[in-house]
Ligand binder design. Structure first.
Ligand code: HEC
Length: 92
């Protein structure tokens, strides 16, 4: 049997949907999410709330430039410049 491009595309779409449904069925219920307690306390938890379980990643991150990005005067100056250049059309 020879399949044309449309049939192959349609078959791929069907298989993709079936895989998506199978994945959704395997997703554990929210009650088993190890993060439920952290996010029950706050929608924007401090990074230190993550450290108890993710100590290595927290240690690496806390000494990185990324940890200081949101308190960096340079970061805010660049962000302000982009905001000014785009007339605030980047989501602010
Ligand atoms: C109570 C322990 C606990 C706390 C606190 C916790 N986590 Fe997790 N986290 C886990 C566990 C266990 C997994 C693995 C879950 C899985 O694979 O289903 C995980 C997985 C993750 C993943 C996915 C990693 C991957 O490779 O897929 C991310 C991202 C993550 N956590 C971020 C955070 C952040 C951000 C915080 C703080 C706001 C946090 N976690 C706090 C236990 C915790």
């Amino acid at each position: 049997m020879k399949l044309d491009a449309a049939a192959v595309w349609c078959l791929s779409l069907m298989l993709g949907c079936m895989a998506g449904i199978a994945f959704a069925a395997d997703t554990p219920p929210v009650a088993t999410d190890p993060h439920a307690a952290v996010f029950a306390e706050s929608n924007f938890p401090s990074a230190s709330a993550c450290a108890s379980c993710h100590q290595k990643v927290f240690s690496e991150w806390s000494a990185s430039n990324h940890a200081y990005a949101s308190i960096s005067p340079m970061f805010h100056k660049f962000e302000q410049a982009v905001n000014d250049l785009t007339s605030g059309t980047i989501g602010h």
